[in-house]
Design a protein around this ligand. Structure first.
Ligand code: SF4
Length: 64
């Protein structure tokens, strides 16, 4: 099983909530967040980051 983590930069408001709950996210110099590993074997904290996002910018899709 694998999961694709997608972050819609256009929706990101730069609040910093996702990197606060999950180390797979980081803030870029432009104030937006980015996903470090876009394909992961375990959802782990990525789900918490998606749940924490006030703009619903983070989506998780199951592949394989
Ligand atoms: S939680 Fe959502 S709005 Fe906040 S920095 Fe992360 S992607 Fe952007």
């Amino acid at each position: 099983m694998a999961y694709i983590i997608h972050l819609d930069e256009g929706k990101c408001g730069g609040c910093g909530a996702c990197p606060a709950v999950c180390s797979n996210f980081e803030m870029m110099e432009n104030g937006k967040a980015r996903v470090k590993n876009k394909e992961v074997k375990e959802i782990g904290c990525n789900q918490e980051a998606a749940d924490a996002c006030p703009r619903k910018a983070i989506t998780i899709r199951k592949v394989r």
